[in-house]
Design a binder for this molecule. Structure first.
Ligand code: ADP
Ligand code: MG
Length: 237
């Protein structure tokens, strides 16, 4: 009896995106201003002591953190932009999944996550951009890993539907799940329940956009404390 949400077609309005982007980037910028001000103060006082140098070092590293965050937000936003080149070619979704699995396997082992894969024995070829598809599955798998900090199980299935002939990819975790209330917002840009600095809230909105670029669909089922299941469907080539 998992609560089910079918994501309806929806355009992410540019105005809304710009407004939240300004807000998101403003936070690290305020941080940068504060730290640069503190660093100036140290320099103006002249003859910095050992303690001052330690502070100075700390500010530099905090600033790098804020800049990294700005970078994450900017590169996340780039994925929304139509300028990011889409390079359509024949892609086997199983190849993409295998690549993403090898990229994330180590991270899973570190957190005691057991991976089970049931990939279709036949290739699932779509017209797609392999980089976008890779990014898409990476975002979903990273979310699943982050939802199981104490370990768990990740199931990845790929198959062709007997009736519709569409391709179906399922990514199922046994993580902390998503509340019914949050489920309505998870695809919104900048929506995150992760602690400050941990998540940009852009992952799923990027996934959503990329799935739509491929004329696919995304559905999610989740139950708090039990786990979450994302199902992506793509039309057969
Ligand atoms: P971020 O990961 O930066 O928070 P995302 O757009 O990737 O942003 O995800 C948005 C939110 O959706 C997350 O903060 C989390 O609350 C929820 N979420 C996404 N995937 C999962 C999952 N597999 N299990 C539990 N919650 C999830
Ligand atoms: Mg994420």
């Amino acid at each position: 009896d998992m609560k089910k949400l079918i994501q309806e077609d929806r355009m992410i309005s540019l105005g809304k995106l710009v407004a939240s982007c300004v807000h998101e980037i403003n936070n690290p910028i305020q941080g940068l201003l504060t730290f640069s001000h503190l660093m100036h103060t140290i320099l103006e006082e002249g003859d910095p002591g050992k303690e001052d140098l330690e502070k100075f070092k700390k500010y530099v590293s905090l600033m790098s953190g804020e800049l990294e965050r700005c970078g994450q937000i900017v590169s996340g936003l780039l994925s929304f932009s139509r300028e990011s080149p889409i390079d359509y070619a024949e892609v086997d979704i199983n190849d993409v999944l295998n690549a993403v699995i090898s990229l994330t396997r180590h991270k899973m082992e570190l957190t005691d996550i057991r991976l089970e894969t049931k990939l279709s024995s036949r290739p699932l070829v779509v017209m797609g951009d392999s980089n976008q598809l890779q990014q898409c599955f990476l975002n979903l798998i990273f979310n699943a890993i982050e939802a199981m900090p104490g370990g768990g199980e990740l199931l990845i299935v790929s198959e062709q539907d007997n009736v519709s002939k569409n391709f179906r990819i399922e990514i199922r975790d046994t993580g902390y799940g998503i509340s019914d209330e949050d489920l309505e917002h998870i695809f919104d840009p900048f929506f995150t329940t992760k602690e400050e600095g941990k998540g940009t809230g852009l992952g799923l909105s990027i996934v959503y956009g990329m799935v739509k670029n491929h004329e696919g669909d995304i559905q999610v089922k989740s139950r708090q404390g039990k786990g979450t299941c994302f199902v992506l469907t793509f039309p057969k080539l």
